[in-house]
Design a protein around this ligand. Structure first.
Ligand code: XMP
Length: 312
């Protein structure tokens, strides 16, 4: 376990010494990159531009939530709506690693454009230990290329600074609390809903999954009112499977969503949450009643390993 105060001091030192010119920072709104944005702001103020990209694969209200944090910490930031660009780059792509690589590349393209405009020479990234360990940075094989590692083009024109690279998720949470960030934020992957839409991604599918995700997140908050007792991560996955159902007296042929809830401390391994049947009944009923096009809900009962937390 790291000491929060000394980690913050060292990270600020590291940023100050490496950042010899302007830098940009990729903030996805997740705990890791938000912490980095706050640290970079403390270390270098206006010398760092925090960029938040709306990929079209975010949850409902995410952009507004993130902007409120940027304002609260008085960051130097820019919000870019690149949803058309991401969704068209992903058109026709179903293979998970290809999706991640396309998203990674599009992210970098967007950043490079902003960086050029801003005159940045550095890219600060919130890469943490599980990202590089699982991206083949150590003895382990490549499991998933996390966008903030595997998708980076070889000839990037920006110099990378990764002050959080040796931290694990639980340490990130402690340090975030220490600097005054809300830690009641569950992790959300950089590629966003892309890795939760199995098969080809479309805006319609993303909209559907946004509606389901909102129901799951609200349901979990209502069920586990004490934040400390909540599962570590909870979300829905849209499956490329249709099945027969019944609505009123009519036959339906609709989509299936899987609910994934995981208990873990560091995301390296974990067990599926055992919620009550009543809770599952409530969210399943709400999803099938409220979200047009979904007529079946399943619950994922797989631990990590053998499964990863995300489905892709
Ligand atoms: P997996 O699916 O590998 O996920 O068991 C472990 C944790 O990492 C998150 N995750 C990501 N985070 N970029 C990120 O910043 C990514 O590409 C990415 N993929 C997975 C996942 O949500 C879980 O918390």
């Amino acid at each position: 376990m790291v000491n929060e105060k000394s980690f913050v001091e060292e990270a600020i030192q590291e940023i100050r010494s490496k950042l010899t010119d302007r830098g940009i920072l990729a903030c996805s709104g997740g705990q890791d990159s938000t912490l980095l944005a706050v640290l970079a702001n403390r270390a270098a103020g206006e010398k760092v531009l925090t960029v938040f990209v709306d990929t079209g694969l975010l949850r409902k209200g995410e952009r507004e939530r993130v902007e409120a944090i940027f304002r609260k910490f008085s960051l130097n930031y820019r919000i870019i709506d690149a949803s058309d660009r991401f969704l068209s780059a992903l058109k026709g792509i179903s293979e998970p690693e290809q999706k991640r690589k396309i998203i990674g590349k599009t992210f970098i393209d967007v950043f490079e454009e902003v960086a050029k405009e801003y005159g940045a020479r550095f890219l600060l990234q919130g890469t943490i230990a599980p990202d590089w360990i699982e991206s083949g940075g150590s003895v382990r094989e490549v499991i998933k290329s996390h966008h903030n590692v595997g998708g980076l083009p070889d000839k990037m024109n920006l110099t990378l600074i990764e002050p959080l690279r040796d931290l694990y998720k639980d340490e990130i949470r402690d340090i975030s609390r220490f600097v005054g960030l809300d830690t009641d934020v569950q992790p959300f992957p950089g590629p966003g809903l892309a890795v939760r839409i199995i098969g080809e991604i479309t805006r319609e599918k993303a909209d559907l999954l946004r509606d389901v995700t909102e129901i799951v997140e609200r349901g979990v908050r209502d069920e586990y009112t004490d934040a400390s007792g909540r599962p570590w991560q909870y979300f829905a996955v849209l499956l490329p499977i249709q099945s027969t159902g019944i609505h009123g007296d009519k036959r339906t042929y609709g989509n299936t969503v899987a609910i994934r809830m995981i208990d873990t401390s560091d995301a390296m391994s974990g067990t599926f949450t055992r919620p009550s049947w009543d809770f599952l009944d409530r969210i399943s009923t709400e999803i099938t009643n409220e979200v047009k096009g979904i007529n079946r809900v399943v619950y994922d009962v797989t631990n990590k390993p053998p499964a990863t937390i995300e489905w892709e």
